[in-house]
Design a protein around this ligand. Structure first.
Ligand SMILES: Nc1ncnc2c1ncn2[C@@H]1O[C@H](COP(=O)(O)OP(=O)(O)OP(=O)(O)O)[C@@H](O)[C@H]1O
Length: 650
């Protein structure tokens, strides 16, 4: 136990060895171009490609045999021009990408991916936050999901973190995004960092934490990270584009990359020495990192020459395959030592003798029920604050109920009236199904957050699926009530209260069925346009095959299966063009005297007392099936954490 706490104090040293990551660049051949001659390479002049082998294999090296080491109590900055491979390397270190070869070690021990994700924080380049939550709410929900603490302790943790991040003054301000005005870009970046440090991770990986910020805000953020490293022994790895002079001074070591290769790995001072060794004239008081980035082509050329002439001893240990056991005391310092750092360094020498163990709590912070409650709370805040959605949908439903009621006003109980009711109900179904798509943009907006949160073990996917299912229920009930009340009484359907309640239930279920289908398909589509097209297609075909336009007996056999999987034959099955149609009973059954007389008819047809509930039960079953399918899709597509949580990093 003592040994473990010593480990904790010591911090986590991350070492990546021989990381190679390739992506396929092979263009897919046209599927119908079977007889086309293959391109003859000899006919064309040889292309000037840097790596002929790569080109011929249709693969591109994003990372080439990368070595890097990040120490606790320190900041390692990954710098390089755009496309150098910085983000890819960070993703590999964070366990989001699996390289083709290479290994990652924590304190010289291979690490389990799931444990590492749990014990680290990864702040992506893009802020993935809920724009309608306030800063305090954002951090509080993150704390609730990741920490197993009582409410008052959670509140004090969040307050402390906001203070540390300099966010006190915007605690009650909404986060905002491109569309919703909220806190500033710098403050949003700090909230993103806050979300990922709330559980006090041992390692913090940040992709461009200063992008889009002015120099003062950028310095503030790096200063804050430096403080985290120096006071709490955290390992900070970040990528940065063009760090200013004052920022560079805060880095303990720098990894200079270009074209996926490491050009330098060491202190900023060493970088200066290396550049001079290459014969470059560094202007006095120059920002060494900036100078190296500006002269990156020369650095690359010199490196090649050096590599050819001698084995790379000067530049970096990037190609070193064997692990370095030597500890370069003071080597990675930029002049500033803390007692903790010195303590840590002396400890590193004995690293090998320490049996590495993780005392970072594994498993989920909350039970499934607690997670579901927290997520439902967060969901409902987001939904009820989406004013456009709430206002538009409620007004739309109320007005359409009134307008439809006034068009189909006081329908008679005769055959003509029954026919008109068929038209009304067919329209209701089409209308409700086609306009209940709010789940699509909502899901598309939050799926990145879902992926991020579940990949680091904040909560279970099943809790999300249940919360997603629960949160729409009250919202859709409000819509159903607003739609049904004017419509039902204006049209003059059965005045019996229970018949009204049954009708309301059907409308609610239709809305919820449509919502479940949308949730299910939105988990499959890449964006809104595709999603909208797919969902309209699915809804349309379900409706078409339900039997409202063509009886199942009239359908060719090869389409019959569609009739059986079409959900929308269930809510108002009596309206269908089916075996009842010819007898004329169908029309009466459908809406003749609404539910009460329909019940008699059902009894006549042998359905018995419970006949009218049969459709409700079937619809509920379908909803459950669709919800389950969407859970499976979410699990497999967005959160394949089963495999990653079990496997090790490489
Ligand atoms: N999945 C992918 N598909 C296509 N190209 C990719 C993919 N992943 C990485 N690349 C390419 O690999 C190279 C490195 O990408 P990466 O995002 O790591 O660079 P970067 O140094 O972070 O760039 P920037 O500073 O502009 O964010 C780029 O040329 C990029 O286009």
């Amino acid at each position: 136990m003592e040994q473990k706490s010593a480990m904790k104090k010591q911090g986590w040293e991350i070492e990546a060895i021989g990381i190679t990551y390739k992506i396929s660049t092979k263009k897919r051949e046209h599927p119908f171009k079977i007889f086309t001659k293959k391109q003859e390479i000899n006919q064309e002049p040889k292309q000037q490609v840097t790596n002929l082998e790569e080109a011929s294999l249709g693969a591109r090296h994003v990372l080439k045999d990368v070595y890097c080491k990040a120490k606790p109590w320190e900041i390692l900055a990954i710098v390089g021009p755009s496309g150098a491979g910085k983000s890819s390397l960070l993703e590999v270190l964070a366990g989001k990408l699996t390289p083709q070869s290479g290994s990652i070690f924590v304190n010289q021990n291979p690490i389990n991916k799931a444990q590492f994700k749990k014990a680290s924080g990864y702040v992506t380049q893009k802020d993935t936050l809920f724009p309608l939550l306030t800063v305090e709410e954002t951090l509080m929900f993150s704390a609730k999901l990741r920490l197993r603490l009582p409410q008052d302790q959670l509140s004090s943790e969040v307050k402390f973190l906001m203070h540390e991040l300099g966010l006190d003054h915007v605690a009650m301000t909404r986060v905002g995004d491109d569309r919703v005005r909220g806190i500033s870009g710098g403050e949003r970046r700090r909230v993103s960092i806050g979300v990922d440090v709330i559980h006090d991770p041992e390692v913090l990986i940040l992709d461009e934490p200063t992008s889009g910020l002015d120099s003062t805000s950028a310095l503030q953020i790096i200063d804050m990270l430096k403080l985290m490293a120096e006071t709490r022994g955290r390992t900070i790895i970040l990528s940065i584009h063009q760090p200013g002079f004052r920022i560079v001074k805060l880095f303990n070591s720098v990894l200079l990359m270009a074209n996926g290769s490491v050009l330098h790995h060491g202190t900023v001072d060493q970088l200066g020495v290396n550049l001079r060794t290459m014969g470059m004239q560094l202007p006095l008081h120059a920002n060494v990192v900036e100078f190296a980035l500006e002269s990156i082509d020369t650095v690359q050329q010199q490196r090649k020459v050096l590599q050819q002439e001698t084995q790379p001893q000067l530049l970096s240990s990037s190609t070193t395959k064997s692990r370095q056991k030597k500890v370069e005391v003071g080597e990675s310092r930029s002049g500033k030592f803390t007692l903790q750092q010195l303590f840590q360094q002396s400890k590193v020498v004995d690293e090998e003798s320490i049996d590495f163990g993780f005392d970072f709590p594994l498993g989920f912070a909350n039970s499934r029920l607690q997670e579901t409650l927290i997520l439902t709370h967060r969901f409902s805040k987001n939904i009820f604050r989406t004013k456009e959605l709430f206002a538009c949908r409620t007004i739309q439903m109320l007005i359409s109920g009134l307008v439809l009621g006034s068009i189909f006003y006081n329908l008679k109980d005769d055959l003509t009236g029954a026919e008109e009711r068929v038209g009304l109900f067919a329209f209701i179904l089409t209308f409700l199904l086609s306009c209940t798509t709010e789940a699509l943009p909502i899901f598309l907006q939050e799926r990145e957050i879902l992926m991020k949160e579940t990949s680091c073990g904040s909560y279970r996917v099943s809790s999300y699926a249940i919360a997603n299912g629960l949160v729409y229920l009250p919202f859709l009930l409000i819509l159903a009530i607003l739609f049904t009340i004017p419509l039902y009484w204006l049209v003059g359907l059965n005045p019996n209260f229970m018949a009204f309640m049954h009708f309301l239930l059907l409308i609610w279920l239709i809305l919820y069925t449509a919502n479940s289908v949308v949730v299910c398909f939105s988990a499959l589509v890449p964006n809104f346009i595709v999603g909208n097209s797919v969902i309209s297609g699915v809804m349309g075909s379900f409706f078409l095959f339900s039997g409202y336009f063509i009886s199942k007996h009239g359908m060719p056999n090869y389409w019959i299966f569609m009739h059986y999987i079409s959900l929308f034959k269930y809510p108002f099955e009596g309206f269908l063009i089916n075996e009842f149609s010819n007898s004329g009973k169908c029309l009466e059954y459908m809406f003749g005297k609404c539910m009460v007389s329909a019940e008699d008819l059902l009894r006549e047809e042998g359905y018995g007392e419970d006949g009218k509930w049969r459709n409700v039960v079937i619809m509920v079953c379908f909803i459950l099936v669709y919800r389950f399918i969407s859970y499976v899709i979410l699990r497999l597509r967005y959160c394949p954490s089963i495999s990653s949580f079990k496997g090790s990093l490489v």
